[in-house]
Design a protein around this ligand. Structure first.
Ligand SMILES: NC(=O)C1=CN([C@@H]2O[C@H](COP(=O)(O)OP(=O)(O)OC[C@H]3O[C@@H](n4cnc5c(N)ncnc54)[C@H](OP(=O)(O)O)[C@@H]3O)[C@@H](O)[C@H]2O)C=CC1
Ligand SMILES: O=C1O[C@H](COP(=O)(O)O)[C@@H](O)[C@H](O)[C@H]1O
Length: 578
């Protein structure tokens, strides 16, 4: 997406042509997605105005170029849907796998939240599609149970829910039936009422049926006059080969621009904020290198096991489930060079460069674990292999720690540690940046010789209770000279009254608007798999036995040895740590 702005002040139209990118940045300042709709309307009004004054501008500013530029705002396949909220176009969001866990837990609630905040286009419908037999009222009943008034808990949003539910419909069908998708298309057409139709398919189904569903959707239910986009849920394969095969399969029916590979961590508020933190503050970017940073830690933990998803999980394991995607995505945003602009392609180019500067993971730099049962306070917490859908002799890791390195000028020699686990003592996702020691520190004596304690640490707590805090050494007030470690703390709940949107809200809105910045490009995906595939194969071929850790513990001790090997101490080691 190219930012596109042309001043027309020298012509009879005293106005400025703005790009959608510009609109987006104004919108984010104003903090209300309605504004972006108004601003994008403004852009389209300006196109018409420019078209009407073609003779005035044809000499100096080639109209075609301007139009091409504007069309490239949403890419050529999106052109018809450019003015999605103008009245003449409509968006249909088709949740394929509507009866499933993710649809109920995340997708329908996110769509409702967007509707509640007036972020959805004026003309939209939501269609559930799955094999389960359901009527429209039954779907509405199912969806209604998932909706909460999370935006403003004081408000009764019953009326809004009713309005939303009236826009929800259902079509039962097989995922490999062109005929069933044609029936869906017929219903979609009825609801689109002759407007330009834009269709967003959300594949919330198991990955082995992605291609069938895409084939049928594209042959029988894609839009004839607007855009068709497909959101694909992970897992995108289980190694380089299967991922490439999936991409090839999807590209038989779709072009890359139509594919929105979702990694919901990219939609999380603090992950989006990473680039603001780095590039909109003078104080961080100069420190963001091997010169000042000793190590960086990406930590994910859940205080529950695979509950109900053991069958899926056993085929993938924690490295594929969390590290290869969520943690690696955070790492690339953390480590990338300044992109040329905030355009999707510029950012994704920089992320790819980081991935391509990394060496594939070595077995010696990885520790794997699996949770075993644990009895606490008279309650027995089951082992991973107690799940009936998991083979008793499964070696699938539910925990992993790894040390990665980026071989470029900025990061040479800096360990990037990752740690991810299920059934641990806490639920948390965070990035910890440990800075180097102060050379010739005058206060070394006042603080003791414990260098780890005196190191500055920047913590970006992605969840829960979002916060960014910086640990600094500080003088304890008083007549003496005693230092302690205190936090400069940006605690979101205290600073911002507005509730933080769920990641799926942001990502769905972006997909509707054709914004690809937070979705994974195919070369990015290939590069990510290249880093992990040799290790994953080796773990499986050598049948590496995981280190067993009790449910609810801090995970295998091996993770500490791994960190120590790289002269690192995990920042979350102390339970009192914020
Ligand atoms: N649930 C989660 O928290 C997360 C899920 N994902 C991914 O999102 C996608 C959907 O996940 P989730 O909702 O949990 O999946 P489900 O297992 O709940 O499946 C979704 C729907 O797909 C249909 N389905 C299930 N199994 C099969 C099958 N073997 N053959 C054909 N149809 C089947 C079912 O609908 P019906 O029988 O009515 O057709 C089911 O309701 C998956 O790719 C998953 O990996 C990603 C991140 C988190
Ligand atoms: O993708 C996944 O993410 C969830 C964790 O997501 P969060 O937003 O709740 O942190 C994880 O439980 C699941 O195993 C994985 O597939």
């Amino acid at each position: 997406m190219t930012p596109f702005g042309i001043h027309l002040t020298s012509y009879s139209l005293p106005m400025k042509l703005i790009s959608l990118e510009q609109a987006r940045s104004w919108h984010s300042e104003l903090g209300d997605c309605n504004n972006i709709v108004e601003l994008s309307d403004l852009v389209s009004e300006q196109i018409s105005a420019v078209a009407a004054n073609e003779h005035l501008i044809a000499n100096e500013t080639p109209l075609k170029k301007m139009k091409d530029g504007l069309l490239s705002i949403t890419s050529s396949e999106d052109a018809a849907g450019f003015d999605i909220n103008k009245g003449e176009s409509t968006v249909s969001i088709i949740v394929v796998g509507a009866s499933g866990d993710l649809a109920k837990k995340k997708i329908f609630p996110a769509l409702f939240a967007l509707f509640y905040e007036d972020c959805l286009p004026k003309h939209f419908t939501v269609f559930g599609y799955a094999r389960s037999k359901m009527t429209d009222p039954e779907l509405r009943n199912m969806v209604s149970k998932t909706l909460t008034c999370r935006i403003d808990k004081r408000e009764n949003c019953g009326e809004k829910m009713d309005q939303f539910l009236k826009r929800c419909f259902y079509n039962s069908g097989q995922y490999d039936s062109e005929e069933n998708f044609a029936e869906l298309a017929k219903k979609l057409k009825e609801h689109e009422g002759g407007r330009v139709s834009n269709r967003l398919f959300y594949l919330s189904i198991p990955p082995n049926i992605f291609i069938d569903a895409v084939r049928c959707a594209s042959s029988s239910a894609s839009s004839a006059n607007g855009w068709t986009r497909v959101i694909v849920e992970k897992p995108f394969g289980r190694d380089s080969e299967s991922s490439a095969a999936l991409t090839r399969g999807l590209k038989q029916y779709l072009v890359e621009d139509q594919i929105f590979r979702i990694d919901h961590y990219l939609g999380k508020e603090l992950v989006e904020n990473l680039s603001v933190l780095r590039f909109a503050n003078l104080i961080f970017e100069p420190l963001w290198s091997r010169q000042y940073i000793r190590n960086v830690q990406f930590i994910f933990s859940e205080d529950f096991g695979t509950e109900g998803r053991g069958g899926y999980f056993d085929h993938y394991g924690i490295i594929r489930d969390i590290m290869q995607n969520h943690l690696l995505q955070m790492l690339t945003l953390f480590a990338m060079e300044t992109p040329v602009s905030l355009d999707a392609e510029d950012i994704r180019n920089e992320k790819v460069k980081v991935l391509r500067s990394m060496k594939p993971l070595q077995l010696g730099n990885v520790v794997v674990g699996q949770y075993k049962s644990h009895n606490k306070g008279g309650v027995t917490y089951s082992a991973y292999t107690d799940d009936k859908t998991v083979p008793k002799n499964s070696l699938t890791p539910t925990f992993a720690a790894a040390a990665l390195f980026i071989d470029n000028a900025r990061w040479d020699g800096v360990p990037f540690l990752m740690k991810a686990g299920k059934a641990l003592h806490t639920k948390r996702a965070e990035i910890r940046v440990q800075f180097r020691d102060v050379p010739g520190n005058l206060y070394k004596r006042g603080f003791g010789m414990d260098l780890d304690r005196s190191t500055n640490e920047l913590v970006i707590r992605v969840q829960p209770d979002e916060a960014i805090y910086l640990k600094i050494n500080n003088k304890v007030p008083g007549l003496g000279m005693r230092l302690d470690r205190s936090n400069l703390n940006l605690h979101y709940a205290a600073r911002y009254s507005k509730e933080i949107p769920d990641a799926y809200e942001r990502l769905l809105l972006d997909a509707i608007e054709g914004e690809r910045r937070l979705f994974i490009r195919s070369d990015e995906l290939d590069a990510a798999w290249e880093l992990f595939t040799p290790l994953l194969k080796e773990l499986e071929e050598k049948k590496i036995i995981p280190e067993y850790y009790p449910y609810g513990s801090r995970g295998p001790v091996g993770a500490h040895y791994l960190a120590a090997k790289h002269n690192v101490q995990w920042g979350d080691i102390n339970s009192a740590e914020q």
